[in-house]
Design a protein around this ligand. Structure first.
Ligand code: FPP
Length: 241
């Protein structure tokens, strides 16, 4: 059940899988495997705490630059995760939305994602956003190209463009902006994640490495969010009036 000041949308930069593996003297991929278990916990915690949308930064456009073995292992892990978790999403009526440059992902992953997006598209209470091959700067470039195309064919007048109409061209067009962005592992950066959408989001930095992130951590982030005052550029007096 959600309290009235529970964030509706939480976005998470899941960081620290590699450090978790090093700390436990295990190969990096084992850190990612444990990271995938933490993803399942976070998804359960979101639904149990009434958080309607959870968006996870699972693979960035920059992650292709990691060693080839690690990229292949991550794609393998993602494929297995999707095959196992899609039936679970359907059972729990959670809509899947993918944000990022979809077409550059391995074909079998594209197929799984596409089918899951289609099957879950009518679930309107909870959703899971997966940022895959995602980067904010690429997203803006793709949106500008789409705007240009729409203007060229006369669908829009470029002089009428404002942020509200521009956001319809972002990958996140039909998603609410995040209220809370969490980053794990003590790092303090946004790393090209939802930069426009997070303009007014609260940021929560957790020291915990992602594979150790559990429901207690999730609840601590929500509690911290609930204690903050969001002013959107206004004064405290205006907010309280
Ligand atoms: C950061 O850890 C995490 C990632 C590269 C992406 C997140 C991936 C997962 C949680 C695993 C699989 C996800 C799904 C959805 C199945 P890092 O390797 O950058 O950690 P480090 O900074 O400690 O090296």
């Amino acid at each position: 059940m959600a309290a009235s000041n529970t964030p509706k949308h939480i976005a998470i930069i899941m960081d620290g899988n590699g450090r978790w593996a090093a700390k436990n003297k295990l190969p990096r991929i084992e850190g990612h495997r444990r990271g995938a278990e933490a993803v399942k916990r976070a998804l359960r915690a979101a639904q149990e705490n009434g958080v309607k949308t959870l968006t996870l930064y699972a693979f960035s456009v920059e992650n292709w630059n990691r060693p080839k073995d690690e990229v292949l292992a991550l794609m393998d892990l993602l494929e297995r995760f999707l095959s196992e978790q899609i039936p679970e999403l359907i059972k729990r009526k959670i809509r899947l939305r993918v944000i990022g440059r979809y077409r550059e992902l391995p074909e079998r992953i594209q197929t799984l994602l596409h089918e899951a997006e289609e099957t879950t598209k009518d679930y309107d209470e909870y959703s899971l956003g997966l940022a895959l091959n995602y980067g904010s700067r690429t997203e803006v470039v793709d949106a500008v190209r789409a705007v240009n195309q729409a203007a060229t064919v006369g669908q829009i007048d470029i002089n009428d463009l404002d942020y509200n109409s521009f956001r319809q061209y972002l990958y996140t067009r039909d998603m609410p902006d995040p209220d809370l962005v969490i980053r794990t592992s003590g790092e303090c950066r946004l790393s090209n994640f939802l930069l426009l959408q997070s303009a007014y989001a609260e940021i929560y930095l957790s020291k915990v490495l992602w594979p150790d992130f559990d429901e207690a951590e999730f609840k601590a982030a929500i509690a911290e969010y609930s204690s903050r005052e969001r002013r959107y550029g206004k004064t405290t007096e205006q907010i309280k009036a």
